[in-house]
Each structure stands twice: as structure tokens, then as C-alpha cells.
Design a protein around this ligand. Structure first.
Ligand SMILES: Cc1cc2nc3c(=O)[nH]c(=O)nc-3n(C[C@H](O)[C@H](O)[C@H](O)COP(=O)(O)O)c2cc1C
Length: 336
């Protein structure tokens, strides 16, 4: 089954879907630092995709592209409809969440608990692939509860591949469905990168993207020797300027923007968005980590928290933040 066109998407490096983090404002901000990474939305339930206010939930700026919509659901008709909507709205990919362990998500029968239901997931993928021309991809874990078994994972993946899914993002730790919070589920189960490497080795024709705990360029380079791509979540959210290092070292681009230039562009976006009714804090909250590990990081965070994090923060206060960005730039160039 290869009716789904996928040649133009570069998934060498992608930023992980993260609820309450990778909203459209964050994605715009991240794009200022990397043109080449692939971006994902936060997970959106199929019901919200279908019945929600699309301008609020699914809208994005053209600068964010290429962009994948991640959905959560297990009703094949709804998933097929969501895939069609994603395509019609210009998303480049639709991704099915098979990795979220939260209680609420389990109650609604989506996320990691679906790893127990390969037949159902396979039917869902089949219907999604039939309903659209964009690639349908899956993001899964290596296992769940007591099941951390290569054969189980391999069979699961092969089954989804038979239904038309060719790209698998694999978070290299299992999900514990009872007894751990979602946050603990991101840290406590042990990482097992070898399992992901083995999936790629056994299935060279599948596109296998590895995810989980990846924080450094050297690690990225090593994973890329054994997998097709690397997905990174927290270390980019906490240190977004890491993207410029990724651009330089992985995509071999130069002329990457200084932090000061990123702030300048972000403020232009802020001004435009505020006029449309967006709250200042909804945009600026994503920039807290911009000076991670740099001189001036404290000043930056303090200014943001004192002036730009309240629900009614005033855009005029944003203007002064440029001075902080310029001072930080000077302080860091002296430190070089
Ligand atoms: C705050 C937060 C929210 C997340 N939300 C989602 C989500 O909506 N969909 C999803 O597939 N994974 C979600 N994840 C998991 C990440 O996509 C990723 O798999 C995980 O953080 C491991 O990658 P990392 O170690 O590079 O952060 C979330 C993780 C965090 C920290």
C-alpha cells in the first residue's frame, strides 16, 4: 500500500509532540531557529478535530510548515475523518498517538493502551490511509506494563505496516499503564535503544525514528547511524536554541540567527498576534529557555515572569525585552 505521498518530508530530526508546549506559538518560535526540523502539534482528540473550533484548535501559521497533526483516538471512522480534515487543512502528515499513558487517555481508549489492540489499531490505520493522501504515521512505545518484548513490538509494527503505515516513531521506553503518572512514565521505565535499533535492522524498508532522553549532538549523530531519524522533546523545549546547533551540525546550515535576532522576530509575531487577540503570555511563555546556560538567563526569566506571564500582560512591556536581549548578546560575546 503506497498511495500515500511521503517523499518530501524530512524526518531526520523532529520536535516531539508535547501537550501544553508545542502549540502553534511555540512552533512558530522554534521555526525561527530551524527551517529543517519536522514539527508536530500537541495531541488532539479526534472528537476535537471533528467537532471543535478548527480555527482555534487546528490553525497554524504558514511559517510552521512542514507540520504534522497528531491525533488521539481509536474509532476508525473518526480517525479517517480526522485524517481527511488534516489533509484539507494543509498538514503534511497525520500521526496516531500510541504512546500516551495518562489515565484520562486510557479511559477514552487511546494512546499507549492501544498497543494491546493490534487488530483495532491496524483497522484504524487502514481507514486513515484510505481517507487521505498524506502519510499516516504512528508514535508508539517499545512496550507496556510487563510486555517489553522484541517479537511483540515487531509484530505490532508489521501489522500496522500492512495497513499502510511506513513511518514509526518509537519512544524507547515502555509505558506503565497503572501506578505511574504521565511524568513518571517519561523517566522511570528504562530506556532501551537497542530494541529500536533492532526494529530498524529487521525492517530496513521502514522509516524508524528513535525518541527518548536524547540531549546532545553526539548522541543524535550516533542514533542516526542506526535509525532514520531522531525525535527530541524536552531538551528542545527547555533549551530551544539547541535547534541552531542541530541546524549547524546535522543539517550543515550556516547563517543561523543570534538569540537577539530570534527575539526581534518573535516580537514582530507577538505584535501581530496581540492585535488578533492572542495573549502576550501565551506566546512569551515558550521563550523562557532561550538563554539556557547563558549569561543573562536569570535576567531574561525574571523579566518574563515579572512582566509578561500574567493573563493581562501588556504588549508595551514587550518592547523593553529587546534591551535585555541586546545586553545578553553583548555579555555572551564578551564571554566567548
Ligand atoms: C509536557 C509533555 C507533553 C507531552 N505530550 C505528548 C503528546 O501530546 N503526544 C505524544 O505523543 N507524546 C507526548 N509527550 C511525549 C514526548 O512526545 C516524548 O515522547 C517524550 O518526552 C520523550 O522524549 P524526550 O526525552 O526527548 O523528551 C509529552 C511529553 C512531555 C514532556
Amino acid at each position: 500500500m503506497d498511495n500515500n505521498l511521503d517523499s518530501k518530508i524530512n524526518r531526520k530530526i523532529s520536535v516531539a509532540p508535547m501537550m501544553d508546549c508545542t502549540d502553534r506559538h511555540d512552533r512558530f518560535f522554534l521555526r525561527l531557529m530551524s527551517k529543517n526540523v519536522h514539527l508536530y502539534t500537541e495531541m488532539v482528540s479526534t472528537k476535537s478535530v471533528i467537532h471543535g473550533d478548527r480555527r482555534k484548535i487546528l490553525a497554524y501559521s504558514p511559517e510552521e510548515k512542514p507540520l504534522a497533526l497528531q491525533v488521539g483516538g481509536s474509532d476508525k471512522k473518526e480517525l479517517a475523518e480526522a485524517a481527511k480534515i488534516a489533509e484539507d487543512m494543509g498538514y503534511e502528515e497525520i500521526n496516531l498517538n500510541l504512546g500516551c499513558p495518562s489515565k484520562k487517555v486510557q479511559k477514552n481508549m487511546f494512546g499507549a493502551c492501544l498497543m494491546k489492540e493490534p487488530d483495532l489499531v491496524s483497522e484504524c490505520i487502514h481507514e486513515m490511509v484510505k481517507s487521505c493522501k498524506i502519510p499516516v504515521t504512528a508514535k508508539t512505545r517499545i512496550g507496556f506494563d510487563d510486555t517489553e518484548d522484541f517479537n511483540y513490538l515487531n509484530q505490532f509494527i508489521l501489522k500496522l505496516n500492512d495497513s499502510g503505515c511506513k513511518t514509526f516513531i518509537i519512544h524507547a521506553r515502555k509505558a506503565i499503564l497503572k501506578g505511574l503518572t504521565p511524568k513518571q512514565n517519561l523517566n522511570i521505565p528504562k530506556l532501551n535503544y537497542d530494541m529500536v535499533y533492532k526494529i530498524k535492522k529487521e525492517n530496513p524498508d521502514l522509516e524508524i525514528i528513535i525518541n527518548g532522553g536524547i540531549t546532545k549532538i553526539e548522541e543524535i549523530k550516533n542514533h542516526l547511524k542506526l535509525c532514520d531519524g531522531v525525535m527530541i522533546g524536552r531538551s528542545i523545549y527547555q533549551n530551544p536554541y539547541f535547534l541552531t546547533e542541530i541546524e549547524r551540525e546535522i543539517f550543515k546550515t550556516n547563517n543561523n540567527p543570534l538569540r537577539e535576532e530570534v527575539v526581534e522576530k518573535l516580537l514582530e509575531y507577538l505584535e501581530k498576534e496581540v492585535k488578533l487577540g492572542t495573549k502576550v503570555n501565551h506566546i512569551m511563555r515558550h521563550s523562557v529557555g532561550l538563554y539556557h546556560g547563558q549569561a543573562g538567563s536569570k535576567n531574561w526569566k525574571r523579566y518574563l515572569s515579572d512582566n509578561m506571564m500574567a493573563r493581562d500582560s501588556d504588549f508595551q512591556k514587550a518592547k523593553h525585552i529587546m534591551t535585555i536581549a541586546q545586553n545578553n548578546e553583548k555579555a555572551n560575546s564578551v564571554n566567548l
